[in-house]
Design a protein around this ligand. Structure first.
Ligand code: NAD
Length: 514
């Protein structure tokens, strides 16, 4: 995409409260400048929130079908124009095109799902009333108001859009704060939403420094939707608690895979390659620990190493690469730090372990370690790079215990020929999503079911009914008729107490009413 077009996007989509600085965004593949992004200030955040607040009543008052039509048009336009944004995603993140394409697919699926399902999910529901027949009760879902979306760089299209879609369909407006590194993708997506019919003011974008704009957003919005590290998530949660507003947090992970002795070995190796090295391991649900039954361990490690070494790494804006580059110097430093620390403390390098300057400044080889143990950074900390540790186990229960031995609980994967056994093992793993015979895509793609983190991996999942209801306030409306709940006018209180006792005893025996 041409520099002028990027500049136009930045000027068109962001709001300007006054003079401000611009900062260059660099292409991870080459280190060259992609374009300049405005560094918004707190005044820009205020302006954006004011616009979103002013637009909210009108947007919420539209018939549901009009809101849904915007997202169905967005779905179609996204699929038509995918090459434009695939280039942008690759240029901003350094990921291979096949991994960038996952963002297109998921964003389209989520748009369609919520455009079709939200009306039903949001519909007022009849509930059992306080007194049968005499009290008619409804549960109603109202928009919370203006939602602040803070998103990271690793899925710049998907994470900027797929939480916003249900939130906006529920009648909220929002303000989006993308990561600086990947702001152009977010701006492109919001421009496309406008082209699909989203009224101006419903979803402004502020680009700039997270530590400045994130708290400024949290100061005034009615709900915070945060995706990022557990460390920043805690700050966001603290601010939300202080202001007594809701928040949803999608955080980090140290995701395990278990390969049971009855697994199909080659399928499990395939799954591990996808799970560990998609997006160069910079996927929140990436696999970073693999527990393999001792009967398969040697063979598994050998095959995984062969496959990892054969992966094609390049910076091409086409589908020829199996893996791209890391996104930032910071990420590369973490990856190198974890590998160096593990090797210094006695771990063994089975594959990879090197920067690939010959391919670009931030390329790093798919890396496999064995002999990783407690005290090494790679053992328990999230690496967020193309590095996986493989461990043998003897008994199923040992593997489950090891998988659960983490402060995180985001994603897990179990491999077995016996699906029922896989599900039984899955139910013992403390993770918000567990895939049987897949690494992460089966749960992630099942958008009708909620997906999120347990333990320090998050709070309040996305997708499914929960993924839209969290952006609403629940209101209960109950209409009383014929007689009040307390003693009727002139009724003796002791008579009322006896009458109510009889009624309550009766209800104990009538299942349909109780
Ligand atoms: P990060 O926490 O550093 O940044 C995330 C976002 O928060 C960015 O937009 C950043 O600008 C903003 N931010 C920075 N300081 C802030 C502050 N003080 N207040 C509010 N916002 C602030 O995370 P990252 O390193 O960019 O992203 C990688 C992390 O995100 C990994 O831990 C990964 O597992 C996690 N992640 C989780 C999911 C999920 O769905 N669970 C998805 C993607 C990434």
């Amino acid at each position: 995409m041409k520099r002028e077009r990027l500049d136009q996007l930045a000027r068109q989509v962001t709001l300007d409260a006054g003079r401000r600085e611009w900062i260059a965004v660099r292409i991870p593949f080459t280190g060259m400048v992609l374009g300049d992004i405005p560094l918004a200030q707190e005044a820009d955040v205020d302006l954006s929130i004011n616009r979103a607040r002013a637009a909210q009543p009108g947007w919420a008052a539209l018939p549901f079908a009009s809101r849904a039509a915007v997202f169905l048009r967005f779905h179609d336009l996204l699929l038509q124009r995918q090459n434009e944004v695939l280039d942008l995603i690759q240029l901003e993140t350094g990921k291979a095109r096949r991994h960038a394409f996952e963002e297109i697919l998921d964003t389209a699926v989520v748009s369609r799902y919520y455009a079709r399902r939200s009306e039903k999910l949001l519909r007022p529901r009849r509930r059992k009333g306080a007194l049968p027949v005499l009290t008619r009760t409804w549960e109603v879902h109202l928009p919370v108001g203006v939602v602040g979306f803070i998103v990271p760089w690793n899925f710049p299209l998907n994470l900027a859009m797929t939480d916003a879609i249900p939130a906006l369909l529920a009648g909220n407006t929002g303000v989006l704060k993308p990561d600086l590194q990947t702001s152009f993708t977010a701006l492109w997506a919001v421009a496309l939403l406008r082209e699909a019919g989203l009224p101006a003011g419903v979803f402004p974008v502020v680009t700039g420094e997270g530590p400045l704009l994130g708290p400024a957003l949290g100061e005034r919005v009615d709900y915070l939707m945060f995706t990022g590290s557990t460390r920043t998530g805690r700050l966001v949660a603290r601010q939300a608690a202080e202001r007594l507003i809701g928040c949803s947090l999608e955080l980090g992970g140290k995701n395990p895979m278990i390969v049971l002795e009855d697994a199909r070995l080659e399928d499990a190796v395939d799954g591990a390659i996808r799970g560990c090295f998609a997006g160069a391991g910079q996927v929140c649900v990436s696999i970073e620990r693999i527990y393999v039954h001792q009967s398969l361990y040697e063979e598994f490690v050998a095959r995984l190493a062969t496959r990892a070494c054969a992966l094609r790494l390049n910076a091409a804006l086409d589908y020829s690469a199996d893996m791209g580059s890391l996104t930032s110097e910071r990420q590369l430093a973490t990856v190198e730090g974890h590998v160096a620390d593990a090797l210094a403390k006695g771990a063994k390098l089975v594959a990879g372990g090197r920067r690939r300057h010959d391919l670009g400044p931030l390329f790093y080889e798919p890396t496999i370690l064995t002999g990783v143990c407690g005290g090494m950074k790679a053992y328990a900390e999230e690496t967020f790079g193309p590095v996986v540790s493989v461990y043998p186990f003897a008994k199923e229960s040992e593997a489950i215990e090891a998988a659960n031995c983490s402060r995180y609980g985001l994603n897990a994967s179990v491999w077995t020929r016996n699906a029922l056994r896989g599900i039984r093992v899955a139910r013992q793993i403390r993770a918000g999503s567990v895939n049987v015979n897949e690494a992460y895509a089966a749960t992630w793609g099942s958008v009708d079911a909620p997906i999120g983190g347990m333990k320090e991996s998050g709070l309040r999942p996305r997708h499914g009914a929960e993924g839209i209801l969290k952006f609403t306030q629940t209101q209960t409306i109950a209409a009383q008729r014929l007689m009040p709940i307390g003693p009727a006018r002139g009724m003796d209180a002791s008579f009322h107490a006896r009458w109510m006792t009889r009624l309550v005893k009766l209800l104990r025996h009538i299942r349909v009413l109780g």
